[in-house]
Ligand binder design. Sequence first.
Ligand code: PEP
Ligand code: CO
Length: 464
Amino acid sequence: MNISAGSGSTAPVQEVNPADDWKPTSWQDFPALQQASYPDPVALDLALKKLAELPPLVTSWEILSLREQIAEAQAGKRFVLQGGDCAESFAECCSPLITNRLKVLLQMSLALVHGLQMPVVRIGRFAGQYAKPRSSDVETRDGVTLPSYRGDLVNAFDFDEASRIPDPGRLLEAHKYSALTMNFVRSLADGGFADVHHTEYWELGWLDHSPLADEFHKLTESLGQSLRFMETITGRDVGSLKRVDFFTSHEALHLHYEQAQTRQVPRQWGWFNLGTHFPWIGMRTADLDGAHVEYFRGIRNPIGIKVGPGMDKGWLAALLEKLNPCREAGRIVLIHRMGEAKIEEHLPPLIRAVHDTGSPVLWIADPMHGNTESTGDGIKTRRFRKIMGEMDLAFEIHRDNDSRLGGVHLELTGENVTECTGGARDLSDEDLKRDYKSTVDPRLNYEQSLEMAMLIVRKHRQGV
Ligand code: PEP
Ligand code: CO
């Protein structure tokens, strides 16, 4: 059956019914990496049954609307900004943190809209980003070995047995915290950001520390002027948003959790993951014959695929064939995360191979995950210079290969933490000891995030 999702779109999304050899449980016949091992299967079953009965977090029409917007981005008419924590935590599901995270994403998106002269699709890494892949199933400290921390969806970070044993009750807790986050995001998006379009209220003290201070001051001035101009001619507060103006995303890692939220809805064919708008497949679980790819094959959400230096042309082309056999627009976002040192070698052949498949994709850059390193003191960090270096190269490589970089995927927070070094204030390894909060990957702080948005605009103006 062919349908076109929504109306009034410049790029109608044509979808074709997926193979009927799929159901939400099909993945269970395939090898599933990175899954938690629950000691009490009866308790797990009960939690999953309850989860499957709870109301969904998002709706099918929001998901289809995002598909259309991604199709437009594939056509060069939109830019995607995806960002948020590496991992959310239950403890940090609170008003100021959510507000600040939304605020920085909104401010970055306004800078991008103004600088790139095109609409920006805002996708948060939130309201469900609670599961983490780990390099080892266990962690050993001082001779004691316990299960690794797999994110608040599975267990707790503290290093003791009670905390680390996977607890199925957390699946219901995660759903609750996601719903609370979603509810607050929707309320804020409905008008809680009256001051965001007034750049004079932005925290821009860092600008003066940047070697590009003059240029950045001019950019914020012209941004402020254009926002005020828009307001005057439309008579509307341009900071006011419509409900679906923020989409949610998370790595769909814990397949039982995702399965419980995979539903059919009235007057629509097929299956939707109603736990998030935009699930993505992580680097470690993109095996062609693995359970994750099998799960993603059957849902109608737009999906992200992380593409690292270990992925070759054949693998990527086969993933596209499996996950988007009918070559539908708006379905696939490829999130490359190569690292500054590897992107020049690894990305161009992949761009050409994808082009040769004729399958439509949106390429976006994750300049965070290929640039993680440890300081002399063993603190996990990322250097702003390398993050931006990979971003710059990504723009250039796409341009030189007749492709287009259509977005950015960042780990960031609205707080002024000290987790990544560099940026306008030139944070040092020593500064990392001051305000390091992440239990997983280091994030850009408020100032570094805004600076990144401005540097992307600058790069774009230089003609890439
Ligand atoms: C992540 O996005 O937090 C992550 C684990 O990324 P990747 O799968 O690209 O390593
Ligand atoms: Co991460």
